[in-house]
Write a protein that binds this ligand. Structure first.
Ligand SMILES: O=C(O)CCC(=O)C(=O)O
Ligand SMILES: [Fe+2]
Length: 535
């Protein structure tokens, strides 16, 4: 079938040809000077008809947006200004939209949008060395439907450039109108110019508290785009004020236009708010229903929590096993003693010695504070329950334990094996060293593992309240911006009438403004330095 582009007229498949370069440079200049580059008949008549009939077929189920917004699509009013100020006036927009995921696979629109050379071409016209299709499953390429009486009020877009393809015109009304770029950044509002346009070309009457710096009384020129079906339009939506005029009430044909979105980074998607506003649902990956997405998130968080809790449990269980509880230990000691004394004593499992009066956590305190029983427990934990009687008999508490030596262990307590003595002695040194550093700190790892479930809960809550958090962050950012507003950018204008923005745009093919002599000299100098001597 082919893509459906009129390649004879727009050779976007041969990006190294002279025709291509000239076409791109004409478009760039037009975009910079007028705010819009138009390509009438970009799609062939057949492909346009195919796309238009697809759009018309899907139009009845398009999601309808009936909302109000200000010209900058800023969410809040400026309370410091009157309600009828151009900054605060809210205008109505009524439009329906068919989402990208509803378009036909292999249909004319998807063929165009998915054609890599097309993305390259839009990138070349908008001077973006790298341009990517928007990864938004709803907004990447959608179809706007304007029914009788509907219109899109004057506004600036959030995205820097907007690419549209006209599919069907209404009999009357529905024209796309735009101004040249009125501003250079989103921080700049250009209120006087916007106010003049609204007062002269909209049903709204607005005031403007901001003084007109230029003082010129004429409104910015407004151009009506040639919008015959099949026309591709690339316009500087962020800088040029634009609108779609009201479609006549008695029109029988809807206005249908495809809106194609691109980004300078891969993987970009619209916010959930934008998706809800224009398509009535939200979805962050292709072919996943919002319901299963939520379920998926829940399962993920629960799994994470379970994992963390189980890790924590295993670790604590291991530690508990390493430190037997007093009863178990005494039992073991009793059994061992009984087994040694006589096999018949097995019948009485009751230990002869009373249980040790020491809680496991007491051993986490400094050695100085250990009671006699705690010292005995420490020994039992090390695997020397049989030493309890001798140590207790010597009233060996924590303070006394500190002066224990290898010799004492051999002579006073009869630990004959050197390995065993070393085990006790080095373990003692070990706890004492920890005491000296930051208390007896061998419970830090335990603390960390207890924090894991909290981390799980934290993760769950952030996922659960993702939107609320995002909103709060946005509010905070706005509050910061309000405290510290970004400075408006001054446009530098040069002697030859060009400005910073348009200067040098097409210089690579000598279509742009002439270089000054100083600049030429500069270039020559640079070349001389770079080029090595021939001889
Ligand atoms: O419908 C059009 O031609 C332009 C739509 C537009 O301005 C927008 O979607 O932001
Ligand atoms: Fe727009």
């Amino acid at each position: 079938i082919g893509i459906g582009i009129d390649l004879a007229r727009y050779p976007i498949d041969s990006p190294t040809s002279d025709e291509y370069l000239q076409m791109v440079n004409r478009a760039r200049r037009s975009l910079a000077e007028t705010g819009c580059a138009s390509f009438p008949g970009f799609l062939t008549a057949e492909a346009t008809a195919e796309a238009a009939s697809e759009a018309a077929a899907k139009s009845p189920s398009a999601f309808v947006t009936d909302s109000t917004h200000n010209a900058w699509q800023l969410p809040d009013d400026d309370p410091a200004r009157p309600p009828d100020d151009v900054r605060n006036v809210r205008m109505r927009t009524r439009v329906a939209s068919t989402a990208y995921d509803e378009l036909d696979e292999g249909g004319a629109l998807k063929r165009l949008y998915q054609y890599d050379e097309f993305v390259q071409f839009v990138g070349a016209v908008t001077s973006q060395p790298r341009l990517y299709r928007l990864a938004d499953p709803l907004g990447a390429c959608s179809i706007n439907v304007f029914r009788p009486g509907w219109h899109h009020a004057w506004h600036f877009d959030e995205s820097e450039f907007t690419t549209t393809l006209s599919l069907q015109q209404a009999e009357r009304g529905g024209e796309f109108e735009f101004t040249p770029p009125l501003r250079r950044s989103q921080a700049e509002l250009a209120e006087p110019a916007v106010a003049r346009i609204l007062n002269e070309r909209s049903p709204y009457r607005v005031s403007c508290v901001v003084a007109d710096a230029g003082g010129d009384a004429t409104a910015p020129p407004v151009t009506t785009a040639p919008f015959a079906p099949g026309t591709l339009q690339i316009f500087a939506g962020r800088y040029s004020l634009h609108h779609v005029k009201r479609v006549a009430d008695d029109a029988t044909r809807e206005r249908l236009v495809a809106v194609m979105c691109f980004a300078t980074e891969p993987g970009k998607v619209n916010s959930a708010e934008v998706q809800q506003m224009f398509w009535g649902r939200e979805i962050d990956r292709l072919h996943v229903s919002p319901m299963s997405m939520r379920a998926n998130r829940l399962v993920r968080s629960v799994f994470l929590m379970l994992l963390m809790i189980s890790v924590a449990t295993v670790v604590t269980a291991e530690e508990a096993a390493a430190e037997p509880v007093p009863e178990a230990k005494s039992e073991a000691a009793g059994e061992a003693a009984a087994a040694e004394a006589s096999p018949a004593a097995e019948a009485s499992p009751e230990p002869e010695l009373p249980p040790l009066d020491c809680k496991t956590h007491e051993l986490l305190e400094k050695v100085d504070t250990w009671s006699i029983d705690c010292v005995a427990m420490w020994l039992a934990n090390l695997g020397f329950p049989e030493l309890r009687t001798a140590f207790t008999g010597n009233k060996m508490d924590g303070v006394a334990l500190k002066s224990l030596t290898m010799e004492k262990l051999a002579e006073d307590y009869g630990v004959s094996e050197e390995d065993q003595r070393k085990k006790i002695y080095y373990n003692l040194k070990d706890v004492l060293r920890k005491d000296n550093a930051a208390g007896n700190t061998n419970h830090y790892s335990q603390m960390f593992f207890w924090l894991l479930p909290l981390l799980g809960i934290y993760k769950y809550l952030t996922l659960r309240y993702e939107k609320q958090i995002e909103k709060a962050m946005k509010k905070y950012k706005k509050w910061q911006d309000a405290r510290n507003p970004p400075a408006p950018v001054e446009i530098k204008t040069f002697d030859d009438g060009t400005n910073e923005w348009t200067r040098g745009l097409n210089r690579d093919v000598n279509l742009g403004p002439k270089k000054t002599k100083a600049e030429k000299d500069e270039e020559k100098k640079a070349k001389k330095i770079k080029t090595p001597k021939a001889e």
